[in-house]
Design a protein around this ligand. Sequence first.
Ligand SMILES: *[C@@H]1O[C@H](CO)[C@@H](O)[C@H](O)[C@H]1NC(C)=O
Ligand SMILES: *[C@@H]1O[C@H](CO)[C@@H](O)[C@H](O)[C@H]1NC(C)=O
Ligand SMILES: *[C@@H]1O[C@H](CO)[C@@H](O)[C@H](O)[C@H]1NC(C)=O
Ligand SMILES: *[C@@H]1O[C@H](CO)[C@@H](O)[C@H](O)[C@H]1NC(C)=O
Ligand SMILES: *[C@@H]1O[C@H](CO)[C@@H](O)[C@H](O)[C@H]1NC(C)=O
Ligand SMILES: *[C@@H]1O[C@H](CO)[C@@H](O)[C@H](O)[C@H]1NC(C)=O
Ligand SMILES: *[C@@H]1O[C@H](CO)[C@@H](O)[C@H](O)[C@H]1NC(C)=O
Ligand SMILES: *[C@@H]1O[C@H](CO)[C@@H](O)[C@H](O)[C@H]1NC(C)=O
Length: 441
Amino acid sequence: MLPQTLFSTFLLLNTYFFQFAIAQTCPPPPTCPPLSPPPRPTRTVTYVRPRPPLYNPSLRLLPRQPNSNPGPLANRARILSITQELKRNITYDPQNYTGTWVGNNYCLFKGYICDTVPDRNITGLAGIDFNGARFGGNLNFYRFITNLPDLAIFHANSNNFSGVINQGLNGLRYFYEIDLSNNKFMGGFPSNVLGATNLTFVDLRFNKYLGPVPRSLFNFDTDVLFINNNVFSRIIPPNFGNTPALYLTLANNNFTGTIPRSIGAAWETMTEVLFLGNKLSGCLPFEIGYLNRTTVFDVGSNRLTGPIPQSFGCMARLQLLNMAHNKFYGPIPEVLCRLPRAFNFTLSNNYFTQVGPQCRRLIRLRRLNVNRNCIMGLPNQRSTADCGRFFARPRTCARESTFSVIPCRLPAASLRTRTVSQEDEVPPAPRSYNALVKPPH
Ligand SMILES: *[C@@H]1O[C@H](CO)[C@@H](O)[C@H](O)[C@H]1NC(C)=O
Ligand SMILES: *[C@@H]1O[C@H](CO)[C@@H](O)[C@H](O)[C@H]1NC(C)=O
Ligand SMILES: *[C@@H]1O[C@H](CO)[C@@H](O)[C@H](O)[C@H]1NC(C)=O
Ligand SMILES: *[C@@H]1O[C@H](CO)[C@@H](O)[C@H](O)[C@H]1NC(C)=O
Ligand SMILES: *[C@@H]1O[C@H](CO)[C@@H](O)[C@H](O)[C@H]1NC(C)=O
Ligand SMILES: *[C@@H]1O[C@H](CO)[C@@H](O)[C@H](O)[C@H]1NC(C)=O
Ligand SMILES: *[C@@H]1O[C@H](CO)[C@@H](O)[C@H](O)[C@H]1NC(C)=O
Ligand SMILES: *[C@@H]1O[C@H](CO)[C@@H](O)[C@H](O)[C@H]1NC(C)=O
């Protein structure tokens, strides 16, 4: 009795499995893609990165001195001089930062953060926090920062900094965090920022940068890479998957071409990735399915097409999936709807044609949105004429056989019906979507 039940369950699963697969046959190796994960990218350099607190505490330095009595100050004359130059250039200072930039003790200046400089073991300027200061005037970022040699963090979103970053920032030996979002930078990608090889947080959102991003950006060792809401264009370089960043936002630029196959190589690190709002085209590489630590995957509002690869069933931690407003088609794979952490899967405004029982269950739970597709029998679908026009043209993808590849043992939970507690689980808010909100100016 029992083996019989197991066997029929197995059959049932297999039926669902293959019923919705696009290409059911895969020629034998070497044409068949390998099922082992793609090789880890070889990182050219390994960096020792200072982490918060500002400088590495294991150095056993003097404790941070009180700002009112910091003792001798590192680079005092140089920092006071560049501060006065910046102050002269600031024509608008609604929060009166510059009113406090008087005297010889820069630790008391508003926006200046002091700490013990590791290699000098005296107090120095470790951080700048001008976030939201809304300074006006002609402010030269590069000239300012290169005169702050002990700096670890520079936060200056929503100001009027501009200017060319015309040489590397590698004179800043402790620098690890840069936020220049919502300033007035323009021109090509500031490759010289990549000279600051210890950066762990690179935020260039909401500027007016144009043109291609260099390959070196994705060999650059950083945890956070926010370049959304600029006018970057051309392709996403093929070494994209080399990036060790956990959080990446490429959203709302002008990128074209396909999502690079190398993306699968980032499976150890990639946690949230937003391609939303570009002009990406072509079919999805099945290698996306290697991303089993990714919680947020967003390719909404592009020109992507093709079916959803069955490999998406391997994205065991996926919570938020947005593929809306593209030209995807075909059946929605049941393996996708079995993912144990599915929380908000938005597939609306495409040309999908079928949903199976697992996907119908997610629709009922309001976790899957398939509005405005071509799924017969469901409400809120496109008109027959609209669908007819779309499918009148033959639609194919390169590497068709890879769409049925499942490069993992499917997560166990995905083969079971989810428990009630899992259904109630609300995942933590993703970090990357906040990056799409413009810092207040
Ligand atoms: C994620 O994928 C890698 C490589 O494909 C595999 O070794 C690892 O066990 C997977 N982890 C989970 C949680 O599935
Ligand atoms: C820093 O200076 C203090 C006091 O002079 C000393 O005790 C400590 O050992 C110094 N630390 C280093 C790493 O030189
Ligand atoms: C700015 O702050 C300084 C020092 O706190 C104060 O003396 C000055 O009056 C302030 N200026 C304005 C315009 O509020
Ligand atoms: C911002 O800087 C630019 C020069 O980069 C200048 O033309 C403009 O007037 C400045 N805007 C404000 C509000 O100060
Ligand atoms: C201040 O303005 C002058 C003249 O425009 C410019 O050469 C200089 O680089 C600016 N310095 C800073 C720190 O903004
Ligand atoms: C990066 O940090 C290491 C270790 O703190 C340091 O030796 C190196 O000079 C730094 N690199 C740059 C470009 O500042
Ligand atoms: C985006 O790129 C296309 C060509 O790929 C170009 O025609 C268009 O002007 C670009 N848009 C902007 C805002 O630069
Ligand atoms: C689900 O995701 C879509 C697309 O990212 C978003 O527009 C929508 O607000 C989300 N819904 C919920 C309930 O979070």
